[in-house]
Design a protein around this ligand. Structure first.
Ligand code: SAM
Length: 839
């Protein structure tokens, strides 16, 4: 069927779309398919310009000859339009993308196709804008006939992957290992090559979008393309000697870029993302502490802020210090475009943005890239962006800048200052928080180092921030999400600033404190949906209860354990020996005079397991402090005194009956002679190795070395654990020893199974409410347990899983296994047996 162009246009304009935002024969890259083919729809209507998957609203398409309707709808997902009219033969149907896949909503005869779009309350720009806005802090629809806005994040992720590949391919032409003498190489010419990539990428966008500003240039000549972009955006020309070898090298690289991914439908702000992902050098990263904020995090922050709409939004001044490639500013740019009065023209929006969005950055190269990134993100507008190159720590410039903004968004460097500067903290994130507290902006979204919400360095800042702002969120991110950095981070989001930040005595002015966690396993989902793994909200009166308390992980668990006995009631705990001499001289592998068997290095211990004893120096003349006087030759527990990892698992304890001496890397723990403890050494050892004690230490002890006072406060069960525990621990130790032993020796239970049973037994003795136990185990599911047995986490701890205590769950598993086994060993039903000839 052929369309009447007039009807096509009028059907869409009648719904409220501007003629300039309706394209016929619109081409786009299907980024979610392996070869990213270019597809075409007969018409597409967009919410506003520039046309991209983010602004796409409606599509009208005829099925291709060899495709079913469903396949056409699937293949058109990357267009980004929530609704698609598909015409196949005599029939027309309306489709959307729900959480369960492509879904048909309606159908009619092909000649009546435009009636499918008659409902402007559903298909007009207003409702579609709302439909596409992904809400954070709310559950997204997972069923039904509703468009799933996560579709867009899926397209974004595929687009960014495709762009990354495209640029990597382009840059491979300049890889030092492949280049010959006289050619450009990334290693030596990155300062020219990276800005050149941006110019060429901008050129490609203009060409792919058939922008008439490039209609007269020769698209095969990369230098002409780059020069045109420079003129268009008033960029200073790049200076480089173009030898014949370099021209040829650039031409073949440009060919790969030009013919690679079709970027017509790519959202311009996705292009901004490529700087930190693909284009940052190891040198810059090291020198300036650059590690890029994932785009989804910037998006989450900006979408969590309850920013005003219309003219009120236009009053806000947005600032990104430590800007890098302006990840936050580009995310904010997109959000503000949604908030500004809809009557504003594209030109007016641009003029407003360049005067109200500013950034600072010390690295000149990053400044240039940031400017280019903003230009790309703000296509098709001109330059005008204000990225100031400056050292924000010099003369405490940062505080002055922060005092002038309403919305502060950033990811500062986390290191300490190289040299102390008078009047400011040596710790860079603290300098930023000091500035926020001094003159609080109305909205704050800042990335902080991991441990921010629990570390004592920040305690006073958090207390003040909870007083100043009535709505505070801390979102904890797992390690490894900042590309090129293994660190984790916590993001502070503060809003609802109180006019008078001093809260009066007895004030009932509560603050909403939200602690959200994104677990590593849920990270991919977060990047697609902006849904955190968990989010606990508390109303706290910052006067009577510091907001910090609400941020402490597993708060309800510690409340529940508040009346339990603690380790200090039943044991004496002391750090091991310290030496005046060099550490390396303090131990020997062979026995010698003055040396006794003992443990020197932390690695010599795993949970329930002594790995490697050595001989340590006990000669009084070499010792510092009085640790030698403790009862080392008596039975005791030895436990590490410094964390084994940054994650929640950190304690490894073992019972020592051999009278070992230990270094200060360990604690010696003896039953008090006076105390009437119901718990034996083995039981206490199991307590220390349990998820509960590890979580307690993680939450209460932020330093690398454990504090004795925190260790002493570990809650212990009120009752004996179980007589079976001794044999379980013995079995576990035996299985660990056999780990490297005979090949064919087999025991009924693996070390991992036994460890779970020990945990279950210890937890049973605490008798926690099942929901709290599930919360604890969920918390401890992450990280590296310091045990020989491979620890695979705890099953059944998802938020939707029934809260069943671990000991009961293990019994259920065992029963299931037994039941399956019984079924297997039962005789086959008659018919089946016949088939196998067994009857
Ligand atoms: C952790 S990175 C963050 C980059 C980017 N904002 C992001 O979120 O992806 C820190 C940035 O701060 C910049 N920076 C470091 N020291 C600075 C200083 N004294 N003044 C201004 N910027 C600085 C670095 O060049 C780097 O780009």
């Amino acid at each position: 069927m052929n369309y009447n162009t007039q009807v096509l246009m009028s059907s869409l304009t009648r719904l409220g779309y501007r003629a300039a935002d309706i394209y016929q024969a619109f081409r786009f890259a299907a980024v979610d398919q392996p070869s990213r083919p270019v597809r075409q729809v007969d018409a597409a209507a967009f919410l506003d310009g520039p046309a991209s998957y983010r602004t796409a609203a409606l599509g009208v398409v005829r099925t291709a000859a060899n495709e079913t309707v469903q396949q056409t709808v699937e293949a058109t997902r990357s267009l980004g339009a929530p609704f698609l009219v598909v015409i196949e033969g005599d029939e027309a149907s309306m489709w959307t993308y729900t959480a369960s896949g492509v879904t048909q909503l309606d159908s009619t005869s092909a000649s009546q196709w435009q009636t499918l779009l008659a409902d402007h309350k559903k298909f007009g720009p207003g409702p579609i804008r709302q439909l596409k806005a992904l809400q954070v802090r709310e559950d997204v629809p997972t069923t039904g006939l509703l468009f799933d806005p996560r579709t867009l994040y899926g397209i974004q992720a595929s687009t960014q992957l495709a762009l990354d590949e495209l640029l990597t391919q382009f840059l491979s032409h300049f890889d030092g290992a492949r280049t010959t003498a006289g050619q450009l190489s990334l290693q030596t010419h990155y300062e020219v090559l990276f800005p050149l990539v941006f110019r060429l990428l901008a050129g490609k966008i203009l060409i792919d979008r058939a922008d008439n500003r490039v209609s007269t240039i020769d698209p095969d000549d990369p230098r002409q393309v780059a020069a045109t972009v420079e003129t268009l955006y008033s960029l200073s020309p790049q200076r480089l000697q173009w030898t014949k070898a370099r021209v040829m090298q650039l031409s073949s690289a440009w060919l790969a870029l030009r013919e690679g991914l079709y970027v017509r439908n790519v959202a311009a702000d996705d292009l901004a993302f490529v700087y930190e992902n693909t284009l940052i050098t190891p040198e810059t990263r090291k020198a300036f502490g650059t590690h890029s904020t994932p785009y989804s995090v910037a998006d989450y922050v900006i979408r969590s802020l309850r920013l005003p709409e219309g003219n009120a939004a236009a009053q806000l001044r947005v600032y990104e210090p430590f800007a890098g490639a302006c990840v936050f500013l580009t995310a904010a740019l997109r959000r503000f475009k949604e908030l500004f009065p809809q009557s504003w023209t594209v030109g007016k929006v641009h003029e407003h943005l360049v005067s109200h969005f500013v950034a600072s950055e010390i690295d000149p190269f990053a400044c240039e890239i940031a400017r280019l990134a903003l230009i790309l993100a703000d296509y098709p507008n001109h330059n005008g962006w204000r990225i100031t190159r400056e050292d924000l720590f010099e003369s405490n410039r940062l505080a002055g800048r922060v005092s002038q903004c309403d919305v502060l968004l950033c990811n500062p460097p986390f290191e300490n200052l190289d040299e102390p500067i008078e009047g400011i903290s040596v710790h860079k994130p603290v300098v930023l928080l000091d500035a926020v507290i001094k003159t609080p902006p109305a909205f704050v979204g800042v990335v902080m180092p991991s441990g921010f919400s629990t570390h004592k360095v920040y305690r006073e800042h958090i207390r003040r921030i909870c007083e100043i702002y009535a709505d505070v969120e801390v979102m904890v991110l797992p390690e490894g999400v900042f590309r090129h950095a293994s660190i984790g981070a916590e993001v502070l989001i503060a809003q609802s600033r109180r006019d008078n930040s001093i809260i009066g005595e007895g004030s009932s002015d509560d603050s909403t404190i939200r602690k959200s966690i994104v677990r590593r396993a849920d990270w991919p989902r977060f990047t697609q949906t902006l849904q955190t793994s968990s989010s606990d909200v508390e109303q706290v009166n910052p006067r009577s209860s510091p907001g910090l308390v609400a941020l402490r992980p597993l708060r309800r668990l510690w409340d529940c354990l508040a009346e339990f006995p603690i380790l200090d009631n039943v044991v004496e705990l002391h750090r091991g020996l310290e030496w005046k001499t060099a550490q390396r001289d303090a131990s020997r592998s062979e026995a010698s005079a003055g040396f006794r068997r003992g443990l020197h290095r932390r690695e010599s211990l795993a949970q329930f397991e002594m790995k490697q004893a050595t001989y340590i120096d006990t000669r009084p003349s070499n010792l510092r402090g009085g640790a030698i006087k403790y009862r080392w030759s008596s039975p005791k527990i030895i436990c590490n005194a410094a964390r084994t990892s940054r994650g929640p698992w950190r304690l490894a304890a073992v019972v020592d009956m051999d009278g070992l001496y230990v270094s200060q890397q360990f604690f010696g723990i003896w039953l008090r002679e006076t105390a009437e403890s119901p718990l034996s050494l083995v039981e206490l050892c199991a307590v220390l190795n349990s998820p509960l004690a590890n979580a307690f230490s993680f939450v209460h002890d932020e330093e690398r070395r454990f504090r004795v006072e925190v260790m002493k406060r570990i809650p212990i069960p009120q009752v004996r654990i179980s007589r079976e525990l001794d044999s379980l621990v013995a079995d576990y130790m035996a299985v660990c020893e056999e780990d490297d032993g005979p090949l064919f020796f087999s025991r009924p239970k693996s070390a991992a199974d036994l460890l779970l049973e020990i945990d279950a037994m210890v937890l049973k003795a605490y008798d926690l409410p099942p929901k709290l136990e599930r919360e604890l185990l969920r918390f401890m599911n992450e990280g590296q347990r310091p045990s020989r047995a491979a620890f695979g986490g705890y099953l059944g701890t998802g938020r939707d899983d029934a809260a069943i205590p671990l000991h009961k769950r293990l019994v259920m598993c065992r029963t299931n296994i037994q039941a399956s086994w019984r079924t297997l060993t039962e005789p086959f039903p008659k018919g089946v047996a016949d088939v196998f000839g067994l009857a």
